[in-house]
Design a binder for this molecule. Structure first.
Ligand code: G6P
Ligand code: MG
Length: 218
């Protein structure tokens, strides 16, 4: 019996995944490090530090330089999200959140981003969910299950009563490691490990989700 849904934020409820990419691209360009959209696939849903490590590869930087680059990328990102609003919610997001509330299903945000609260407030949905877990909530980032386990705990439900909505391979891995149901949003090449794969939340109802999960266990 499913009692709660935990939503990743970037790339699930809004397209901030694109802004994370653009901010990293600007930093990489400034540093003269080869980087592109294709290389960015490996960064989707990955923490700020781990993302930077993937970009710099075996290039040698001091801890101070690493800190400075993380801060610089974040400045670019914060600037890019300045003007987002409820019009930046992805299709289907609000309808599903409202339907879940009607159905008495608990909802949480489980984002690895330290900017998640700002983004949720700009989108106007901070008050629509029962719990918000962000980049400050746990030590171990996705693909560790900690953030999602913490979210389920805050909702007062068991992992196996929880569904996670994710657009990133690291997030699907985290959900599965936590013993939760995983719904992947996006291409199979990225989220194929999930119990159910959907192109996006567009037109997706709670009834659809329950039916797909039932099919997945049969
Ligand atoms: C989410 C995003 C990642 C981002 C991470 C940290 O997981 O999908 O792209 O790197 O959060 O975000 P932050 O805003 O704290 O740098
Ligand atoms: Mg994401």
């Amino acid at each position: 019996d499913i009692r709660g849904v935990i939503f990743d934020l970037d790339g699930v409820l809004t397209d901030t995944a694109e802004y994370h990419y653009l901010a990293w691209q600007k930093l990489a360009d400034e540093e003269g490090i080869p980087f592109n959209r294709q290389a960015n696939e490996a960064l989707r849903g990955v923490s700020r530090r781990a993302s930077l490590m993937l970009i710099i590869g075996d290039r040698q930087y001091s801890e101070a330089q690493i800190q400075e680059m993380m801060e610089r990328k974040n400045r670019y990102y914060v600037e890019l999200i300045q003007n987002i609003s409820s019009k930046d919610l992805l299709p289907g997001a609000i309808a599903l959140l409202d339907e879940l509330k009607q159905a008495g299903i608990k909802t949480a945000i489980g984002s690895g981003s330290k900017n998640a609260r700002t983004v949720l407030e700009k989108l106007g949905i901070a008050d629509k969910v029962d719990a918000i877990l962000d980049g400050y909530s746990v030590q171990q980032p996705k693909p560790a299950p900690d953030l999602f386990l913490h979210a389920a705990k805050q909702l007062g439900i068991e992992p196996k009563q929880s569904v996670v909505m994710e657009d990133a391979a690291a997030g699907i891995e985290a959900a599965l490691a936590g013993g939760m149901w995983a719904i992947g949003l996006g291409p199979v090449e990225r989220v194929g490990a999930a119990h159910v794969v959907l192109p996006s939340l567009k037109g997706i109802t709670w009834t659809d989700i329950q039916a797909k999960l039932n099919e997945a266990v049969r």
